[in-house]
Design a protein. Structure first.
Length: 260
């Protein structure tokens, strides 16, 4: 009787423990996706200080990882790792890839790394394939905004699994983020380290609240999306095929007053 009482208490305690997002995934063994990154950084949408040369507006290569909830590439309002700092400031991926590999070796939290080519203008598309597993259903990635002090876009721990199945398609509008490691206000600001380091912050039309900020549009309610990412589940017959060009219509952006 005592043993059953203790056992019941243990089971009751265990059932009350929080369950990670990836623990709820009971989908088929694995799934493959085509990830399409679309740059929407145009002079029409973002006219202020738009970089036209040395270098013109463009995007770095995309670096991402599929993983479990035990791993985090970056998080809003937390400090960026050395690897994310190097990538956001200089587009150097070596340190970030090393961090990903070490996390995978130590806690088995990483399923795979994926990358897509850079885009040589502010608008355009790049794509690649990725693979997710029921124990590693989350996707994270970063793309550096070029030129910029330490600005990037990306996704933090987006799940592609819904209980017992993989989603067919997921699209997310992307906003710019400040890695908190460089104090420049404009796209072409010289390197000026932030000491002490700040946390990762989303850049909005009013934050940082300074007229010199390249994304400062005080008459806008919100910034239009600077990029968009779409992940499409591949059927077995589609594996290895080139990615289709996805024509993504621009969403309207409400403006309080007209802006010249």
């Amino acid at each position: 009787k005592v043993i059953w009482t203790v056992l019941a208490a243990i089971l009751g305690y265990a059932s009350s423990l929080p369950v990670g997002e990836d623990a709820l995934c009971t989908a088929e063994e694995l799934a493959k996706y085509r990830i399409i990154f679309t740059g929407k950084w145009s002079q029409t949408a973002f006219p202020k200080q738009y970089p036209l040369y040395r270098p013109p507006a463009q995007w770095s290569s995309l670096l991402g990882v599929t993983h479990s909830s035990d791993y985090s590439m970056w998080k809003k309002n937390e400090y960026a790792s050395n690897g994310v700092r190097d990538f956001a400031e200089k587009g150097e991926a070596w340190a970030l890839m090393k961090e990903i590999e070490e996390a995978g070796e130590k806690i088995q939290s990483v399923h795979g790394i994926f990358s897509a080519p850079a885009i040589s203008s502010g608008t355009g598309q790049t794509s690649t394939e990725l693979e997710v597993h029921p124990r590693h259903p989350l996707v994270s990635f970063v793309v550096r905004i070029v030129p910029s002090p330490d600005w990037f876009v990306g996704i933090d721990s987006l799940t592609l699994c819904e209980r017992d199945h993989w989603m067919d398609e997921v699209s997310v509008d992307l906003s710019p983020y400040d890695a908190g490691t460089d104090s420049g206000f404009t796209f072409s600001s010289p390197n000026f380290a932030t000491i002490p380091q700040d946390t990762v912050k989303e850049i909005t039309c009013s934050s940082p609240s300074h007229p010199a900020n390249s994304f400062y549009y005080p008459k806008l309610k919100i910034l239009p999306p600077i990029a968009q990412v779409t992940m499409v589940k591949l059927k077995k017959s589609q594996l290895g095929l080139s990615a289709p060009f996805i024509n993504l219509p621009a969403k309207s952006n409400e403006i309080i007053d007209t802006v010249s």
